[in-house]
Design a protein around this ligand. Structure first.
Ligand SMILES: C[S@@+](CC[C@H](N)C(=O)[O-])C[C@H]1O[C@@H](n2cnc3c(N)ncnc32)[C@H](O)[C@@H]1O
Length: 185
């Protein structure tokens, strides 16, 4: 067994919690790695809601899902701060991959205020035992402020209601991503 990098570990956790028929949110669709993964986990009776500000990201992911015959996903070219307006179902999980889209416009980054609004919306929708995963990249300008804001917020979630995990390699250079998992008790 090898310790997994944060991104891979996010899928390991999700695959243990999310089942066929569940509803989940991909809050940062990008090129659709997580969207495709979640879509396959929840299968045809489940639902994936995906959000991204970038039209290109939504289009790339739409094509990717079509190619894989996955049609349980609703993609929104809208900021995740609007989740509350667009998702009315209860959810069993959500993934946030914070930062900028690799290979894309590095100026389009997730921001502390909108990220927190979106996390709060997901917490309100989350079922018992459901999980929210945040993968925090913070090597880019603005990244550290977002990381600190997010960690301050999740650290203060009520212990009786949520278990909050921080997973990170503490001896690696170049600011490897940190994984935060929030499970509703
Ligand atoms: C690290 S990338 C996500 C990578 C993605 N999970 C994948 O598999 O390719 C972050 C994404 O967040 C998006 N983003 C930035 N601000 C956003 C917001 N307010 N709401 C939704 N998406 C946002 C960016 O456009 C970018 O595509």
């Amino acid at each position: 067994m090898k310790l997994e990098p944060s991104l891979r570990y996010s899928h390991t956790i999700m695959s243990q919690v999310i089942k066929s028929g569940d509803n989940v949110i991909d809050a940062t669709v990008g090129k659709g790695n997580d969207t495709e993964f979640l879509s396959k986990l929840v299968k045809e009776h489940g639902k994936v809601y995906g959000f991204d500000l970038q039209k290109d990201a939504i289009n790339i992911t739409k094509k990717r899902l079509e190619k894989n015959n996955l049609n349980n996903t609703k993609l929104f070219n809208i900021g995740h701060e609007k989740i509350k307006e667009y998702v009315k179902d209860k959810i069993n999980g959500a993934i946030f991959n914070l930062g900028y889209l690799p290979g894309g416009n590095k100026d389009i980054i997730t921001k502390p205020k909108t990220t927190i609004t979106a996390i709060k919306a997901c917490l309100e929708l989350l079922e018992k035992d459901g999980i929210i995963i945040l993968v925090l990249y913070y090597g880019h300008p603005g990244g550290k402020t977002e990381k600190n804001t997010v960690i301050d917020f999740v650290k203060n979630l009520e212990q009786k209601e949520y278990s909050v995990l921080e997973y990170k390699f503490i001896n690696q250079i170049n600011e490897p991503p940190i994984l935060i998992a929030i499970q509703k008790k």
